[in-house]
Design a protein around this ligand. Structure first.
Ligand SMILES: [Zn+2]
Ligand SMILES: [Zn+2]
Length: 254
C-alpha cells in the first residue's frame, strides 16, 4: 500500500514537473516524462549498447570476429605488440551518442546524480573484471583541477561501484588536456604524472581496479597502473564508463 502511494505521488510529481518546468533530457533534449528519475530519459539509457564482443582480453577493445574464434586468450594486435600495464580493462560502451552526453553532463555540467546509474552500468557490464578484487581506485585529478571543478567524476563513479574505495594515487602534475594529442604524445604527457599515496601500502600485493569516466588511448590508465605496480600492487585492472574506439584493430592513431 505504502509502495502504491509512493508510486502515485511520484507519478503526480513527474506529471507536474514535466508540465511546469519541461526539463529536457541532457542527452536528447526531449522533455522528460519522468523528471524525478533523473536528467536522462529512459530511451537514452536504453540506447547505450555494450561494445560488440569478442573483446580483447586485456584492453577491452572489440576484436574482429575471426581472430577470437581460434585462440583461447583473445588479444588485439596492439596488446600483443606491447603489453599494457593494465592487466584487464572493460568499458560500458563506446564514447559516443547518449553515453557521451551523459558523461559530459556529469563532468562539465556538474550533474553528479548521474554517477550512480553510470556506475551501476559499469558494475553490471564489467562484472567479470570487478570480481575477486580488493578495492577500486579512482583516477585522481590534480588538486587545482579538482578545486576548479568542485569534484572528481572518477571518485563519484568509484563510490557507487559497490566495492571498497582506496585513494591510492595522487596526481603530481597538472597535465595539459589530452584532447587533440596523438597517442604517443598522450603517453609522454601523462608519464610520471601519478604517484602512490600512503593508502597504496594497504593494497600492496592485491588486485585493484582503476575507475575513470573515459579511456581514449589508455595512456592515463597505463600511467596509473605503472605507479601502482611500482608501489607493489599485484594486478591492476580498469573499468571506465566509456572508451573512445580506435580507428581499427591495432591502430595507434588515437
Ligand atoms: Zn533522452
Ligand atoms: Zn587489446
Amino acid at each position: 500500500m505504502t509502495r502504491d502511494l509512493r508510486l502515485l505521488a511520484r507519478t503526480a510529481a513527474d506529471a507536474l514537473l514535466s508540465v511546469l518546468l519541461a526539463p529536457p533530457c541532457v542527452a536528447c533534449s526531449d522533455v522528460l516524462d519522468q523528471p524525478t528519475r533523473g536528467p536522462v530519459c529512459a530511451s537514452c539509457w536504453r540506447s547505450i549498447r555494450p561494445l560488440t564482443p569478442p573483446l580483447c582480453d586485456r584492453c577491452g577493445d572489440s576484436l574482429p570476429t575471426w581472430r577470437a574464434i581460434s585462440t583461447a586468450l583473445a588479444c588485439c594486435a596492439r596488446c600483443r605488440r606491447t603489453a599494457p600495464a593494465v592487466d584487464r580493462a572493460r568499458s560500458v560502451g563506446a564514447y559516443d551518442g547518449a553515453l557521451r552526453a551523459v558523461i559530459h553532463a556529469l563532468k562539465y555540467d556538474g550533474r553528479r546524480t548521474l554517477a550512480r546509474p553510470l556506475a551501476e552500468m559499469m558494475r553490471v557490464r564489467a562484472a567479470d573484471v570487478l570480481a575477486d578484487v580488493a578495492c577500486v581506485v579512482p583516477v585522481p585529478l590534480h588538486p587545482s583541477r579538482r578545486r576548479h571543478r568542485g569534484f572528481n567524476q572518477a571518485s563519484d563513479l568509484a563510490r557507487h561501484i559497490g566495492l571498497p574505495v582506496s585513494h591510492a594515487l595522487r596526481r603530481t602534475r597538472d597535465t595539459a588536456t589530452q584532447t587533440g594529442l596523438s597517442a604517443a604524445r598522450r603517453h609522454r604527457n601523462v608519464g610520471n604524472a601519478f604517484a602512490p599515496t600512503g593508502a597504496a601500502r594497504q593494497v600492496a600485493g592485491l588486485t585493484v581496479v582503476l575507475i575513470d569516466d573515459v579511456s581514449t588511448t589508455g595512456a592515463t590508465l597505463d600511467a596509473c597502473a605503472r605507479a601502482l605496480k611500482d608501489a607493489g600492487v599485484k594486478e591492476v585492472r580498469a573499468v571506465t564508463a566509456a572508451r573512445a574506439l580506435r580507428l581499427g584493430a591495432g591502430s595507434s592513431l588515437r
